[in-house]
Write a protein that binds this ligand. Structure first.
Ligand code: 0WD
Ligand code: CA
Length: 440
């Protein structure tokens, strides 16, 4: 690993590993003897802290929860290692998986600062929409893991005593981590995250909430059309290869995707996650992935101070969290009017966003987002101890509430497919064999 990869994401913060002495934010009920119901070396009874008042009376059943209150997470920025791309994959127009970069596109800067792109063009006749009733869960990432696991495991065997394990603590989508990062500031939408431990690795997969399902089934025609606008903007600005130009006359097909797979570490949590990447810098001298990736966004043009403030306080939080996680350094934003015409294009550097929001009162803080995510992962690790692909711990959060969970065995929530479990458990010895060929 070179020096750059050893460095940490530390926007505006000094490096400090704060994890040995901070107050725990787990809420834990005491049993009759006064002992806590779960054991974790960092969360001893007495060190426990929760601002919500006295613990539950001894007679009530044991519950465990995690507080989301912002002030509990206002401490030094946790260690977040520079994310390293360990692979990528593509999904084609029929959502078929390929272990390659065939869907990666190249950013072509618009010729004018006011490009007048019409984002409504093609919605009626040149649009193939992915069926969002189909829940793919972690399947594509799991396919990538099976196709690349010898690489992953080889890297890990030197350091690990269990060569069958993947060498990471957490496998998930980047989008799920984005939701965790923004949770301390979210006031509208809750979430459900299913967690299963297998081979020592925790797999985290989202479950659609009832409210999200209702929203999806009751979208207005206007909302459906506006969801297309973001993809249309990508089509105006992205080309299939470094030499060619975008083709605004083509079909927009949202089945197509290019996803990066990155590895990184948040404090003690080794993470492997995948996220969709819109395009890359077409300069062949651009830095290596993920530093050459660009995230495309659209947003309503800003005309009033109130709109600017809302943009900083709510939209930039989501944009920052999403791109910071995989180490994507730039966002290109198309600002559009109410008719879907792009009136300006602006670039945001992720490393400068925290400066940009500094003058906003009561604004979000990157450190709160990262510390909450870190604490949630610790909470999950301490709760999900049974290593069993058939068991799901369902973590649940609603705005203004704590995170709680329930346990489900052989239920509708099980999400690790048989083909993955079989392959991971049966080929352990074969893989080990690969790494330690017998001496003849
Ligand atoms: O079925 C589902 N509910 C999920 C699907 C949950 C999580 C992920 N996915 C799929 C997406 O279809 C996509 O292929 O995983 C891939 C992306 O994962 P991610 O990068 O972790 O997701 P996120 O960061 O939330 O979204 C990245 C992009 C979005 O870009 P914008 O600029 O809008 O944030 O992935 C696209 C979208 O372009 N995207 C989706 N496209 C279709 N259906 C979806 C979705 N449900 N979610 C994200
Ligand atoms: Ca995008």
């Amino acid at each position: 690993m070179d020096q750059r990869h050893q460095s940490h994401h530390r926007p505006q913060h000094t490096n400090s590993n704060h994890h040995d002495n901070h107050q725990s934010t787990f809420k834990r009920d005491m049993d009759d003897s006064g002992r806590g119901h779960f054991q974790h070396k960092r969360f001893r009874p007495g060190q426990n802290h929760h601002p919500a008042g006295p613990s539950t009376p001894p007679s009530s059943p044991p519950t465990q929860s995690l507080s989301v209150q912002r002030q509990l997470y206002e401490r030094d920025f946790p260690l977040y290692k520079q994310p390293v791309e360990v692979g990528h994959f593509s999904l084609d127009s029929e959502r078929r998986f390929f272990n390659d970069a065939r869907q990666l596109r190249y950013y072509v800067e618009p010729e004018k600062s006011c490009p007048n792109f019409d984002l409504r063009d093609g919605y009626r006749g040149r649009f193939v929409k992915r069926d969002d009733r189909v829940k793919e869960k972690l399947d594509h990432i799991l396919r990538w893991i099976l196709a690349n696991r010898s690489k992953l495991q080889l890297k890990d065997t030197a350091a690990s005593s269990s060569p069958c394990a993947l060498g990471v603590d957490i496998v998930t989508w980047r989008g799920h981590l984005t939701k965790l990062l923004t949770t301390p500031y979210e006031t509208r939408e809750g979430w459900l995250l299913a967690v299963t431990r297998m081979g020592g690795t925790l797999y985290i997969s989202e479950v659609e909430t009832e409210a999200a399902r209702r929203d999806r089934e009751n979208r207005t025609e206007r909302h459906e059309e506006m969801m297309y606008w973001g993809y249309k903007f990508e089509q105006y600005t992205c080309a299939d290869d470094a030499q060619s130009l975008p083709d605004p006359g083509g079909v927009v097909n949202t089945n197509e995707a290019f996803c990066t797979v990155v590895q990184t570490r948040l404090a003690e949590h080794r993470l492997l996650f995948s996220g969709e990447v819109d395009c890359r810098d077409k300069d062949p001298k651009a830095p290596s992935p993920p530093a050459n990736y660009i995230e495309m966004k659209t947003s309503l043009e800003i005309s009033t101070p109130k709109q600017r403030s809302n943009f900083h306080r709510f939209k930039l939080l989501k944009w920052w969290a999403q791109s910071f996680l995989p180490g994507v350094p730039r966002i290109v934003a198309g600002f559009r009017d109410h008719d879907g015409v792009v009136v300006s294009v602006e670039t945001y550097h992720i490393s400068k966003i925290s400066q940009l929001i500094k003058n906003e009162t009561n604004c979000w803080k990157p450190t709160v987002c990262m510390n909450f995510c870190c604490e949630f992962l610790s909470f999950v690790k301490s709760v999900v101890t049974e290593d069993n692909p058939r068991v799901v711990h369902l973590f649940s959060w609603d705005p203004h509430r704590d995170v709680t969970y329930s346990i489900h065995r052989d239920s509708q929530y099980s999400f690790l497919p048989d083909w993955y479990v079989k392959e991971m458990t049966s080929s352990t010895s074969r893989e080990t064999h690969h790494q330690h060929p017998p001496q003849i």
